[in-house]
Write a protein that binds this ligand. Sequence first.
Ligand code: PRX
Length: 645
Amino acid sequence: MSESITIGVKPDVKAVTLCTDEQYQEMYAASVADPDTFWGEQAQRLDWIKPFTKVKNTDFGGDVSIKWFEDGTLNVCANCVDRHLPERANDVALIWEGDEPDQSQKVTYGELYEKVCKFSNVLKGMGVKKGDRVTIYMPMILEAVYAMLSCARTGAIHSVVFGGFSPDALAGRIEDCDSRFVITADEGLRGSKKVPLKKNVDEAISISGIVEKTLVIKHTGGDIDWAADRDIWYHEAVEDVSADCPPEEMNAEDPLFILYTSGSTGSPKGVLHTTGGYLVWTSMTHQYVFDYKPGEVFWCTADVGWVTGHSYVVYGPLANGATSLVFEGVPTYPDASRFWQVCEKHKVNIFYTAPTALRALMREGDSYVKAADLSSVRLLGSVGEPINPEAWLWYYNVVGQERCPIVDTWWQTETGGVMIAPLPGATPLKPGSATRPFFGVQLALFDNEGKKLEGAASGNLAVTDSWPGQMRTVYGDHARFQQTYFSTYKNTYFTGDGCRRDEDGYYWITGRVDDVINVSGHRMGTAEIESALVAHEAVSEAAVVGYPHDVKGQGIYAYVTPPVGVEPSEELRKELVQWVRHEIGPIATPDLIHFTPGLPKTRSGKIMRRILRKIAENEFSNLGDTSTLADPSIVDSLIEKRLNR
Ligand code: PRX
């Protein structure tokens, strides 16, 4: 987005009391000048069982070692629930809004405590012990939150797998972290469609074979298969357990969760987050970036299957004693007014969603927004992908009625929480820019040759020093952690994103510079989709790239070469689309499949992705040097038959 857009935020749009621009500057300077003192103080926002004496012990060189508050002990669940009881037992912790608009439920902190203690005792009864990995494959129901908090309470490590992933994808994630326990529901509901969660779990278990116990929440009451030696109904198990379950004392660096995310190569990586630093980071960013004040209703629309749901549906808000809204449905069911109706119904104060949802709703027209009373809403947030000017302005003018600041938050599964964002009131906004780094975040831009760029510049975005919310390793593969994030630039964490810094020191994220694409705010490795495609017998070679898509941000463009003797056809195209949905899940559905007898390759056999990307983007006038191609004529035929015109 260009900075020349003159839409200003009205001068009286100030949501804030937390921080002025000067205070931000001062606190930022202090956070990077003396991280030990700064974070030592900030960590006091949590209740520690045993106080830490060391704050930061991190090294981005060599094997990479990241430790924060390493000799302190605490329990995340106790910080999110128990410690609020003296003051907030009767305050609402969670509001659940079901798929159907007539379903909702409120749970106070007092009730949450009892639910979580009982859930934890059910887990213990199943044999779950500290350090065990527990896979959670759930719809957006309150039991998903209880399950996560109960793992934290008992010291188990949760691995939440998004309910839209296929049995194959689920099996891969179960196996990778050797998870012997799965928590699921009979079925999920999204926009009145049923999602066969238990059936998918059964199928995943038949693939991976290591699961010993499955805990099943009865949600829709749909028919499911039952394995009596393995499956346990939650509603039956919970009848016999006590409501008392003391939280496990955890070291600050004990693992809290694993969350799988896609990269440029190989299978998804198990991003590992630990206990103390992660909770300090999510709690502090939730308070400052969203200017959260006690008593407010905070709604982050993300699913708990993604990091945004972990950090801003569950851990950040609950650590701050907030009221967090959990939404099971989709933005367009029963119609495109759903988000706004929910804001009105539950008097939401802070609303946090993804640009892809805004673009989809914007297309339906303003009347859906205008029909709702949005007077409670005072702050809007955006996450997951760059927000385009049109969507930003619509969000600001129509949803925010020109009175709500927008916080565009840049971060990643790996970063644990928000890294670049305005502090509302303190930071003058520029539409399309995530603005400035959060406390403790030291950013740098590098060119492709590894030279650090100063001042206003465009380059590859990196972070030069550790922050408490940073991932600690790739589960089970520390070498991959070092290789993926710390080998591109010396002693520096490389984000994989391209970025421009303007003359005011504002950051403008331009998108991934690696082979990762962002489809509807969901991150996907092109290599994953390629390997799903080539697993089909009618595909001998495949190359997948992203292309600009009006609603999804990026669409999936697949070049496919069938083996000799197989004729491309509409049936084959449909079959391949279904195949990928089955192998990975609906989020990986290819938008365009371009059959081609060959792919552009160098003489050494390397696929020239740069060319494929340009053709998919319909920007082929300047393809650069094609003279190194083994067969340059293939490019003309690809251009002629291109599908995105
Ligand atoms: O490319 C950036 C994009 O999403 C990537 C991280 O994806 P994931 O780990 O799934 O986490 C998404 C939610 C935190 C980043 O590398 N991204 C995220 N937020 C923004 C963004 N791109 C531009 N602007 C953002 N605000």
